[in-house]
Design a protein around this ligand. Structure first.
Ligand SMILES: [Zn+2]
Ligand SMILES: [Zn+2]
Length: 108
């Protein structure tokens, strides 16, 4: 990674998603299990900064709730949580605003 040659300028924060994000993230992210949590790390498919997200197993947490969440089991919404600067980002937030759905194999 060189420090020269700026790319197209800083990417402004925007809450967007794209099917291609999920495909690229699925190919490039690594998942590590820590008990009931999964740590995902890779490059954000939108801003290409390193990002790490922690998923807590929702299946166990929601078992006691009668209303099941919409969506299929094993699908998680992942947000970009890079530490780089993105203009127009609301205070207190991380990342560029991109989000995508990641499918994890859930073993019973
Ligand atoms: Zn970023
Ligand atoms: Zn990003």
């Amino acid at each position: 990674m060189g420090g020269n040659g700026p790319v197209a300028g800083p990417l402004p924060y925007a809450e967007v998603t794209d099917e291609a994000y999920a495909e690229r993230a699925a190919a490039g992210f690594t998942a590590q299990e820590f008990g009931s949590a999964v740590l995902l790390s890779g490059l954000c498919p939108r801003c290409h900064h390193p990002t790490t997200s922690t998923l807590v197993d929702e299946l166990y947490r929601r078992a006691e709730q009668p209303a099941a969440p919409a969506g299929e089991p094993g699908h998680h919404t992942v947000l970009c949580e890079c530490e780089a600067e993105h203009p127009s980002r609301p205070e207190g937030l991380l990342g560029c605003g991109a989000y995508w759905t990641l499918r994890l194999e859930v073993e019973a």
